[in-house]
Design a protein around this ligand. Structure first.
Ligand SMILES: C[S@@+](CC[C@H](N)C(=O)[O-])C[C@H]1O[C@@H](n2cnc3c(N)ncnc32)[C@H](O)[C@@H]1O
Length: 212
């Protein structure tokens, strides 16, 4: 297996000592993407938030800084990611302001109508059954709750960037989508009020969609 393919497989499912490094590296590597993506949405201090595919836990940490009167949950199906997320958020876990679970997007261990916001940062590409997994997120969202997907890889206009992400997608056997395709799969899962934001220079995309 080539090195790039090995890295993509580690990003998909961080494991072992190298996986710990990958999860920590993603915390840094995805920081500017996350800041831009989050600039498209308003957060409130009393929100209940779930971050799906939380990786190294940096986004849980950013949410917890703002959500001082609510609670932030994270879930990831890699035990290594869960371990790193717990380390990165140990103070908040201790205070009971954060909970981190091991599990899959396909069977979220949460009641329906529980969250104001469910986020996925660089995460949805790896979900095994996209429409049904989005429906599972829809189930746990409150009415008027928001789904937020922030991604670096999409069918963007920036040709150089697009070539790079198409190669990642080929090696990792996952799909990337155009803004129109985002609208389509979100609508097929039942979401409404779909908004797409693009950072065309970087080739980044954020989608925001509502449960009504
Ligand atoms: C590319 S990493 C992104 C991590 C983090 N969100 C970030 O932006 O740095 C994808 C994460 O999603 C997790 N993941 C992949 N498939 C999953 C699934 N079916 N359910 C839950 N987590 C999953 C992986 O274990 C990995 O930690």
């Amino acid at each position: 297996m080539g090195f790039t393919k090995y890295i993509i497989n580690q990003v998909r499912y961080p494991r072992g000592r190298f996986g710990r490094r990958v999860a920590k590296r993603m915390n840094k590597g995805h920081a500017s993407l996350a800041v831009w993506g989050l600039s498209n949405i308003k957060l409130r201090a009393d929100m209940k938030i779930l971050d799906v595919g939380c990786g190294g836990g940096a986004n849980i940490n950013s949410f917890a800084k703002i959500v001082t009167n609510g609670k932030v949950f994270g879930i990831d199906y890699s035990p290594t990611s869960v371990e790193v997320s717990k380390e990165v958020n140990k103070e908040y876990l201790h205070e009971g302001r954060v909970e981190i679970h091991h599990g899959s997007v396909s069977a979220l261990p949460f009641d329906e109508n529980m969250f104001d916001l469910v986020s996925g940062f660089e995460a949805y590409y790896f979900w095994p059954d996209l429409i049904n997994d989005l429906k599972e997120i829809y189930r746990v969202l409150k009415i008027n709750g928001t789904l937020l997907l922030i991604n670096e890889g999409y069918k963007c206009e920036n040709k150089k960037k697009r070539k790079i992400v198409e190669n990642w997608a080929k090696l990792g056997k996952f799909k990337i989508h155009s803004p129109e395709e985002y609208k389509d799969f979100l609508a097929r899962a039942g979401f409404l009020d779909i908004q797409i934001f693009e950072q065309k220079e970087q080739g980044w995309i954020t989608s925001i969609a509502k449960k009504k």
